[in-house]
Design a protein around this ligand. Structure first.
Ligand SMILES: Cc1ncc(COP(=O)(O)O)c(C=O)c1O
Length: 385
C-alpha cells in the first residue's frame, strides 16, 4: 500500500488509475501485491499477446542484457538483421524494409512523415472513431475530440470520413492525398471490424490517386485477430504497416514495415536514439518465434470464436452487442462500463473499456477454455448484480 501512495503522490496525473498494484505475471494470469490472482483480459493494453514472462523470451532478454544494452543505429547490431529477416519472412515477399522505434505512436508518426516525404503531399485521411496515438501527428489523425480538443490547433491537412463507408471515403480521397491511415479493427474506438470491400476499396483508391495506404496494426498485430496481421483477413497489401504493443513481448518497441513498391527513404529524414535497441530486438525475435512455435495465431482464432460465442450466450438486458475478431473482443453495453470493470476485478478478471460503454477483452493469446469460462462466469455475475 505504501508504494501505491507514493505513486499517487508523485504521478503526473494524466492517468485515471484503478486501486490495484500488479507485481507478477504468468501466462494469461496476473497477481497483485496482496497475492490475488486475475485472469488478464487487459493484456498490457494489447502488449502481452504471448502471455506474461514466457521463459524462452525472458531468457533471450536476459542473455542480451549481459551482452549489450544499447547500440545506436549508426552501427550495425546482429539482432536487427535477424528480426528484419524473421518479420519480413512472415509478411511475405511484398515487404522489404523495416524502420524501428519505441512505441505505437512513434510508428504512426514515422509512417505519416514517410508518406509526406515520399509523395510531396500533406493531406492525410483517417476514419472517424479511429485511434492512432497521442503525439501531434498521430493525434491529428486520431478522431476522439476528448484527446484532440485541448491541443488545438493540430497539424493541418488532416480529414476524416466514416469508417467502413466506401462512398464517403471515395469522396474525400484525391490527387492531393499523401496517405490514408486505417485500423483493420478499430480498437480504442469500440472494437469495430471493417469489411473486406472497404479495405479493398481503400487499396484501389490509394493506388489510383498515388496516395499511400497505411494500415495501423499497433493493436491488431502479432496474432491478435486470428491472423498474424489483421490486414491478412482482407487480401490487401498496404504500403506501410505500423506495429507496436505486442511486437516485443511488452518491452517498448514500434516498427514501420514498407512495401517493396514504396520508393526509397534517405538518411537523415527520420530517426530515433533508442530505435532498434538490442534488448528490444532480442525480445522481438524471441516473441515472434514463440508466437509461431506455439501456434498462437491459430489459438487466437479458435479461442476468440469460443469467447465470442460464450459472451453472446449471456442473457442480460444490459448487453447491446458482442463483436470482434479473434481475441480482440468488445461487448457493447447499454450503460457505462466502469462499474462492470470494477465488479469484474472483484471476481478476479481484469478487462478494459473502449469508450464509455464497450467492455474490451484483449487477453494473452495463450488463454485457454477453462480461463475463458472463468471470465464468462465473472461477466455473467457482474452484469447480473
Ligand atoms: C491502433 C493504435 N495505434 C497507435 C496506438 C498508440 O500506441 P502507443 O500507446 O504505444 O503510443 C494505439 C494505442 O492504443 C493503437 O491502438
Amino acid at each position: 500500500m505504501e508504494t501505491m501512495q507514493l505513486e499517487k503522490n508523485d504521478t503526473s496525473g494524466v492517468y485515471a488509475k484503478r486501486e490495484i498494484s500488479l507485481v507478477r505475471g504468468q501466462g494469461a494470469c496476473l497477481f497483485d501485491d496482496q497475492g490475488k490472482r486475475y485472469i488478464d483480459c487487459v493484456g498490457g493494453q494489447g502488449t502481452a499477446n504471448i502471455g506474461h514472462c514466457q521463459p524462452p523470451v525472458v531468457q533471450a532478454i536476459t542473455d542480451q542484457l549481459n551482452q549489450l544494452m544499447i547500440c545506436p543505429e549508426i552501427f550495425y547490431h546482429p539482432n536487427r538483421g535477424l528480426f528484419y529477416d524473421a518479420l519480413l519472412s512472415a509478411l511475405g515477399p511484398a515487404y522489404n524494409r523495416v524502420f524501428l522505434c519505441n512505441s505505437g505512436t512513434e510508428a504512426v508518426e514515422a509512417a505519416l512523415k514517410f508518406s509526406r516525404f515520399l509523395t510531396g503531399r500533406t493531406k492525410i485521411l483517417a476514419a472517424m472513431r479511429c485511434f492512432h496515438g497521442r503525439t501531434m501527428g498521430a493525434l491529428s489523425a486520431t478522431w476522439n475530440k476528448h484527446y484532440r480538443q485541448p491541443f488545438m490547433p493540430l497539424v493541418p491537412d488532416y480529414d476524416h470520413f466514416p469508417y467502413d463507408n466506401i462512398d464517403k471515403m471515395t469522396a474525400k480521397i484525391d490527387d492531393q492525398t499523401a496517405a490514408v491511415i486505417l485500423e483493420v479493427v478499430q480498437g480504442e474506438g469500440g472494437i469495430y471490424p471493417g469489411s473486406t470491400a472497404f479495405f479493398q476499396a481503400a487499396r484501389e483508391l490509394c493506388s489510383k490517386h498515388g496516395a499511400l495506404l497505411i494500415i495501423d496494426e499497433v493493436q491488431s498485430g502479432f496474432g491478435r485477430t486470428g491472423k498474424l496481421f489483421a490486414f491478412m483477413h482482407h487480401d490487401i497489401q498496404p504500403d506501410l504497416i505500423t506495429m507496436g504493443k505486442s511486437i516485443a513481448a511488452g518491452i517498448p518497441m514500434g516498427a514501420v514495415v514498407l512495401n517493396q513498391d514504396v520508393p526509397d527513404l534517405r538518411p537523415g529524414i527520420h530517426g530515433s536514439t533508442f530505435g532498434g535497441n538490442p534488448v528490444a530486438t532480442a525480445a522481438a525475435i524471441a516473441s515472434l518465434k514463440f508466437i509461431q512455435e506455439n501456434h498462437l495465431v491459430e489459438n487466437a482464432a479458435e479461442m476468440g470464436a469460443y469467447f465470442v460465442d460464450q459472451l453472446q450466450a449471456i442473457d442480460s438486458p444490459l448487453i447491446r452487442e458482442v463483436r470482434g475478431k479473434g481475441l480482440m473482443i468488445g461487448m457493447e453495453l447499454k450503460q457505462k462500463v466502469a462499474p462492470i470493470l470494477a465488479k469484474l476485478a472483484e471476481e478476479g478478471v481484469l478487462a478494459l473499456p473502449a469508450g464509455m460503454n464497450v467492455l474490451r477483452f484483449l487477453p494473452p493469446l495463450v488463454i485457454n477454455k477453462e480461463q475463458i469460462d472463468q471470465v464468462i462466469a465473472a461477466t455473467r455475475k457482474a452484469l447480473a448484480e
